[in-house]
Ligand binder design. Structure first.
Ligand SMILES: N[C@@H](CCC(=O)N[C@@H](CS)C(=O)NCC(=O)O)C(=O)O
Length: 204
């Protein structure tokens, strides 16, 4: 299988970590989806990464679908519980973490893609308040627990770890580590794992 992605996308990182934890080998094909000549639409008409190309050529996206599919590919490290309620809880953590990235990307695009006079500070503030609310909710829900859900690492922790890593990478001024020591402890613990260490975004 081939994973089309980048080294900076937090969604791609989540999928790469899942595949590493599941011990599923894929070739990573780097694609700059922002380049004028990107070929991503040949596989994903939405023009987004990650996109997983199966051995028969079928394309699978987005990151939540790929993560769910990858969890079925090997019996090692079950990342999504089988029970429907537990599954929904883990997927809600994932939605929360992905939502932090969605808001961060929208805020960043506003200031990196638009000329200054067209930028909306209200829009950026709206996205930043989503990020702040989501980080507070993550910290509240994690509490003193070792993992986001249950007593072992799940997709919830992987998704949250990627969102926190994305904050460090793109929003270093947000002081979540001092504000939420429990999230920081979780992140430091995750970074001990080769899957997280190997996929850390390159220095900005
Ligand atoms: N919900 C999607 C989001 C993927 C996404 O937005 N990826 C970004 C890279 S970080 C992208 O490809 N953006 C290109 C675009 O929006 O045109 C997922 O979970 O895979």
């Amino acid at each position: 299988m081939k994973l089309i992605g980048s080294l900076t996308s937090p969604y791609v990182r989540k999928v790469r970590i899942v595949l590493l934890e599941k011990k599923v080998d894929v070739d990573l094909e780097l694609e700059n989806v922002w380049a004028a000549d990107t070929k991503i639409a040949l596989n994903n008409p939405l023009g987004k990464i990650p996109c997983l190309i199966l051995d028969d050529g079928e394309a699978i996206y987005d990151s939540r679908v790929i993560a769910e599919y990858a969890d079925t590919l090997s019996p090692v490290s079950k990342l999504i519980p089988a029970g429907s309620r537990e599954r929904a809880a883990v997927k809600t953590w994932e939605a929360l973490a992905d939502g932090v990235e969605d808001a961060g990307i929208l805020a960043r695009l506003e200031v990196t893609l638009r000329p200054l006079e067209q930028q909306s500070p209200e829009w950026v503030n709206r996205q930043m308040s989503k990020i702040n609310a989501a980080l507070a909710q993550m910290s509240r829900a994690l509490g003193e627990n070792a993992w986001c859900h249950g007593n072992q690492m799940t997709l919830a922790d992987i998704a949250v770890g990627c969102a926190l890593g994305y904050m460090l990478f793109r929003f270093p001024d947000i002081t979540w580590q001092a504000q939420y020591p429990n999230l920081d402890a979780l992140y430091q613990k995750l970074m001990q794992r080769p899957s997280f260490a190997e996929t850390a975004p390159p220095a900005a």
